[in-house]
Design a protein around this ligand. Structure first.
Ligand SMILES: *[C@@H]1O[C@H](CO)[C@@H](O)[C@H](O)[C@H]1NC(C)=O
Ligand SMILES: *[C@@H]1O[C@H](CO)[C@@H](O)[C@H](O)[C@H]1NC(C)=O
Ligand SMILES: *[C@@H]1O[C@H](CO)[C@@H](O)[C@H](O)[C@H]1NC(C)=O
Ligand SMILES: *[C@@H]1O[C@H](CO)[C@@H](O)[C@H](O)[C@H]1NC(C)=O
Ligand SMILES: *[C@@H]1O[C@H](CO)[C@@H](O)[C@H](O)[C@H]1NC(C)=O
Length: 285
């Protein structure tokens, strides 16, 4: 690039600078990305009021208005590996499945996208996986049972494949969520993204982030397992990258001590909002 081109960009940026501090005290952000404070909450529609939906979220001044076209439900790690009883999956994660499915159906009915992001490793991911992660996902304290190892069979003869590898049975959504994901993706209401860390939004970009950008999605509702690990990791990275974040308590679960959920609950409402499906579903039907 020529030096003169830099000058043109700098001049444009300085000229635009005045507009980057919004003169309206109730507008937080600039013309490209902003929230508006209302008398009893927040308007997150960024100026597109068409079909806007107001949700009575529980915290003070939390009547939050969203734009359905730029909102999505993000379901994280509801996979056989974490939930299937024959793989020592967690009953608390299985318990939130019916509510998760209610949320999925309500989002689809309002033309809001459903996003699934799950562990789905490739051989390249194995080459670049850090030792800390390999250790963290070992079953017996040796590296031979971590990512990519053959997990054998369940129920006598059902092969579950290599641990958390893309396309393996152990990496598929558990139970009724499998048909929801496959059918939703086939219908074009749902979108599936592999991830290779706890977070589906880490680093410079991920397939999920590219999709959000391309579809001008700004407002994300989160559920899945574990609330303090993969759900929190994805929520926090999304917050860092400028997305509106709403943690949905009753479609999330964890195997960790209550103190871990306590930390997430405390910080999620600082970064964005917390809600239950009971705050959201009535406004979507
Ligand atoms: C914005 O807030 C400042 C300080 O609270 C106040 O002085 C100013 O008059 C306000 N501006 C508008 C446009 O309300
Ligand atoms: C505004 O919202 C409507 C309804 O949700 C949507 O169809 C449309 O694409 C949105 N417009 C823009 C510019 O995002
Ligand atoms: C797996 O076991 C079931 C029940 O024992 C049997 O009906 C089925 O044919 C077996 N499948 C294979 C592929 O061996
Ligand atoms: C896919 O669309 C068909 C036709 O609208 C519908 O009957 C079916 O329930 C949908 N499946 C899922 C999983 O969304
Ligand atoms: C969701 O419901 C649970 C159980 O009633 C409650 O403990 C929790 O505080 C609720 N979350 C919010 C954000 O209101």
């Amino acid at each position: 690039m020529f030096l003169s081109s830099y000058s043109v960009i700098l001049a444009a940026a300085c000229g635009a600078n005045a507009q980057l501090v919004n003169p309206n005290n109730d507008t937080f952000g600039n013309v490209f990305n902003f929230w508006t404070k209302t008398t009893d909450g927040w308007d997150l529609t960024r100026g597109n009021a068409t079909n806007a939906i107001t949700l009575p979220l529980p915290f003070p001044k939390s009547r939050v208005t969203i734009q359905p076209a730029s909102s999505a439900l993000v379901i994280i790690d509801m996979q056989n590996f974490f939930l299937h009883p024959d793989l020592n999956g967690d009953p608390r994660g299985r318990a939130v499945i019916p509510t998760t499915i209610d949320m999925i159906h309500a989002f689809r009915a309002n033309d809001m996208k459903v996003i699934w992001t799950n562990w789905g490793l490739t051989e390249f991911d194995l080459m670049s996986m850090p030792p800390s992660f390999i250790n963290g996902f070992s079953s017996d304290g040796t590296s031979s049972t971590s990512f990519g190892s053959d997990m054998g069979t369940i129920q006598g003869n059902i092969s579950v494949g290599r641990k958390l590898m893309r396309g393996s049975r152990n990496a598929q959504p558990f139970g009724d969520l499998f048909d929801e994901q496959v059918g939703g993706v086939a219908n074009g209401t749902d979108f599936y993204f592999n991830k290779n860390r706890l977070s589906g939004m880490w680093g410079a970009s991920t397939p999920m982030q590219t999709f959000l950008q391309d579809n001008l999605i700004t407002t994300l509702f989160f559920g899945g397992v574990n609330i303090d690990q993969c759900v929190w990791g994805t929520l926090l990275d999304s917050y860092y990258k400028g997305y509106d974040v709403i943690l949905v308590d009753d479609v999330s679960a964890t195997t960790s001590p209550a103190s871990a959920t306590g930390m997430v609950d405390f910080n999620a409402q600082l970064n964005g909002w917390r809600a239950n499906s009971t705050n959201i579903l009535p406004a979507l039907t």
